[in-house]
Design a protein. Structure first.
Length: 393
């Protein structure tokens, strides 16, 4: 079913790096979500009124909020597709995140509203009318929501959309709440225990938790996230794969919405290379990454000494010292100033975020002391900095 919908309504659906295709994915997911949730709302509202069940009605209005969410998602996706202009030179891609944030607050508000209704139902319980047909219809709604969850997750994975993945999670949460509601109806019929209000509380809490989850997933890229480790490795491997590039460091990726990224990196080249040839190579790499990965890349060229034996020996010594302290620490931009009585070893040191100011001071002192033990002439000139790569999850 999912593949049929993609092939029917998304032109060139395999080209997921294209912004127009990404927008078509978002529109399709929104329209399907609106249709499914409006149908489920109508069905559950009727059942809730027939059964006098606040849990079922809470579930119904949760589906209505999901439909409203899909509408907001639709508007957000369309606005995110607007081209760049003078006021927004990086485009409007983050509108998708803002739309998802609005959706999250709607979901939380619905949860709060029905939490209050459920508490009142516990205080003043009402009898629930059992209907086998109603239970069957609710079971069918579970199947629809389950499919909708897998549908959104599939599309979200294909275009790497955190919004769609969050929508999928919300749908799976709805599956749980509806299933629990069905259990409460059956329990009331066969045990004379009215747990409807308590189930309503549970439903509302799950709904609110889903909303909080969407906030968490959406606000992270708005604040600014570390680059995904897989994308980090992909870019590094791509840049370092060109002949003439010795290494890379300080890769930074800025996200301006799904499929809209700008990146910068320092590319190390031999110090004796022809400047014009090196510049031509850098231009080619930037163009290739833009065409192949859809990322606007800016590369800073760092000349490094590759033939000076003294530089290589000193660098190897410093790396050994640092590895003996913490293998997670990296160095780059290594160079030396060789005097008659002192050799300055100048380099940048990338330390983990777990290091606080006190730990950084101790680290600096420890590195300098151990290097001096190895060679009394050496004096470390270090710059401590943080990395921009995310942690694998």
């Amino acid at each position: 079913m999912s593949n049929w919908l993609l092939k029917t309504f998304v032109k060139d659906y395999d080209n997921v790096t294209n912004s127009k295709v990404r927008t078509a994915y978002g529109v399709l997911a929104s329209v399907v979500g609106i249709i499914c949730n409006v149908i489920l709302f109508a069905i559950k509202l009727v059942i809730g009124l027939v059964l006098s069940s606040v849990a079922v009605m809470a579930d119904a209005f949760n589906n209505l909020s999901d439909a409203a969410s899909s509408i907001i998602g639709f508007v957000g996706v369309k606005m995110a597709d607007k081209p760049a202009d003078e006021d927004h030179p990086f485009g409007h891609g983050r509108m998708e995140y803002i739309a998802a944030l609005i959706v999250a607050f709607i979901v939380i508000e619905v949860g709060l509203s029905f939490f209050k209704s459920s508490i009142e139902k516990i205080s003043n319980p009402q009898s629930i009318t059992f209907s086998l047909m109603s239970v069957i219809i609710l079971a069918v709604s579970i199947c629809i929501k389950l499919w909708l969850g897998f549908f959104n997750r599939k599309l979200g994975n294909r275009i790497n959309s955190s919004v769609m993945k969050a929508t999928a999670t919300d749908a799976f949460g709805d599956v749980i709440t509806t299933a629990v509601t069905v259990v409460s109806i059956i329990v009331a019929e066969f045990t004379s225990l009215n747990i409807d209000g308590y189930v309503g509380v549970l439903v509302s809490l799950v709904v609110m938790w889903a909303g909080i989850g969407i906030v968490r997933d959406t606000i992270a890229p708005l604040i600014g996230e570390a680059v995904d480790p897989e994308l980090y490795e992909q870019i590094v491997k791509k840049v370092e794969g060109y002949e003439g590039i010795v290494g890379t460091h300080d890769l930074i990726v800025h996200n301006y919405g799904p499929g809209r990224s700008m990146a910068s990196v320092h590319a190390e080249v031999p110090a004796d290379v022809d400047l014009l040839k090196a510049h031509e190579l850098i231009d080619r790499i930037e163009a290739d990454i833009r065409n192949e990965l859809g990322i606007f890349m800016v590369i800073h060229m760092d000349p490094i000494e590759t033939k000076n034996e003294a530089v290589r020996e000193y660098k190897a010594m410093v790396k050994e010292v640092i590895a003996s302290i913490d293998e997670a620490i990296e160095i780059h931009d290594f160079r030396i100033v060789d005097g008659e009585e002192q050799v300055n070893l100048i380099f940048d040191t990338v330390v983990p975020y777990s290091y606080d100011k006190k730990a950084e001071v101790e680290l600096r002192e420890s590195i300098c002391a151990r290097v001096k033990e190895r060679n009394p002439k050496c004096q470390c000139v270090m710059v401590l900095e943080r990395g921009y790569r995310g942690v694998k999850k």
